[in-house]
Ligand binder design. Structure first.
Ligand SMILES: Cc1cc2nc3c(=O)[nH]c(=O)nc-3n(C[C@H](O)[C@H](O)[C@H](O)COP(=O)(O)OP(=O)(O)OC[C@H]3O[C@@H](n4cnc5c(N)ncnc54)[C@H](O)[C@@H]3O)c2cc1C
Length: 55
């Protein structure tokens, strides 16, 4: 059986996971695990707006 090793494992490829992966790569090797495909996350749907209730 083939094994790999890394310094950090990040679970999730949304904005939170990818941001922490960017920080962690400065300190060592990083493995990002995700469910389904890499773009199957809420972050892909966000438009960068700020939602408020008005009226
Ligand atoms: C339609 C829509 C529009 C939005 N618009 C805005 C907006 O305009 N402005 C705003 O600020 N916010 C918006 N949001 C909210 C914003 O998208 C989320 O708050 C933000 O993306 C959350 O980021 P996250 O990395 O925490 O989660 P996500 O982006 O959901 O990432 C979670 C990751 O974890 C992975 N995962 C889940 N379960 C497992 C498992 N068991 N094993 C391995 N991996 C797993 C998923 O595959 C995914 O990669 C919107 C959300 C939606 C749905």
């Amino acid at each position: 059986m083939k094994t790999n090793s890394c310094d950090y494992v990040v679970v999730g490829s949304g904005i939170a996971g990818l941001y922490i992966a960017l920080l962690a790569i400065k300190r060592g090797s990083v493995l990002v695990l995700t469910k389904g495909s890499i773009d199957d996350c809420n972050s892909r749907s966000a438009h960068g707006g700020i939602a408020v209730a008005m009226g």
